[in-house]
Write a protein of this length. Structure first.
Length: 227
């Protein structure tokens, strides 16, 4: 006598195991999204991505339990899912890692590999926080674009801003010099690397106090910003 698909699945997973697997995948999905929220940078944050990761963990867990040890069901599921087309562009490549993380958690929970699911999530969470706190992978941690207007003083061969730049910056590069309409001032733009022990606010205030310097502004360079 042939067994129904429900009877076949019950032979692999008991109702208690099914409930435990789904609940575990849900809580691990919550942990994944919490780590994502705490370590996210830039302007590509999406609440729907958070919800999607939790749902992925749950759905993959269910799929793994449905497939069980049946190769036929695995191929049938692949054929059914092949009609789905994903057209959403991932804005941040790091988001792909979180999607795979959710998939792995769902697979581990669905197969009853609780130790792998829990320990793996714990280790990846710690690594993610460490990488976030240390700003790992950043080429420069203190690169800025400095812009101000300079009134050239007669008989002053050395601009007074040079001393301040040398004091606060490891290196500087003049990017642009623009003469004002009345030819009295220069609008200067520098690419600067601030010394680690120096404070950016103190740097800006120090420049602003100079009599022949005005309109001081400083912004983080593109190396420090996630778009």
């Amino acid at each position: 006598m042939l067994e129904t698909p429900l009877q076949q699945m019950q032979n692999i997973y008991s109702p208690v195991e099914v409930l435990i697997n789904i609940i575990l995948s849900f809580f691990l999905g919550l942990i994944i999204t919490y780590i994502y929220k705490k370590t996210h940078k830039g302007m590509s944050y999406s609440q729907s991505f958070m919800i999607t990761n939790i749902l992925i963990s749950l759905i993959v867990c269910m799929v793994i339990m449905i497939i069980g040890n049946s190769i036929a069901r695995a191929f049938a599921l692949v054929g059914a899912l092949s009609i789905i087309r994903f057209r959403t562009v991932v804005k941040d490549t790091k988001d792909i890692a979180y999607i795979f993380w959710s998939l792995a958690v769902g697979m581990a929970a669905g197969t009853g590999s609780y130790y792998i699911a829990i320990i793996g999530t714990l280790i990846i969470s710690i690594v993610s926080i460490i990488l976030f706190q240390t700003n790992y992978g950043s080429i420069y941690k203190s690169e800025f674009l400095l812009q101000f207007r300079y009134l050239k003083v007669k008989n002053n061969k050395t601009p007074n801003y040079n001393k301040i730049l040398n004091l606060f910056c490891k290196s500087t590069s003049l990017l642009n010099s623009e003469v004002s309409g009345d030819s009295k001032t220069l609008k200067l733009t520098f690419d600067v690397y601030l010394r680690e022990e120096k404070d950016i606010d103190e740097f800006v205030l120090r420049l602003s106090k100079e009599k022949n310097i005005s309109d001081v502004s400083i912004v983080a360079s593109k190396n420090d910003i996630d778009y």
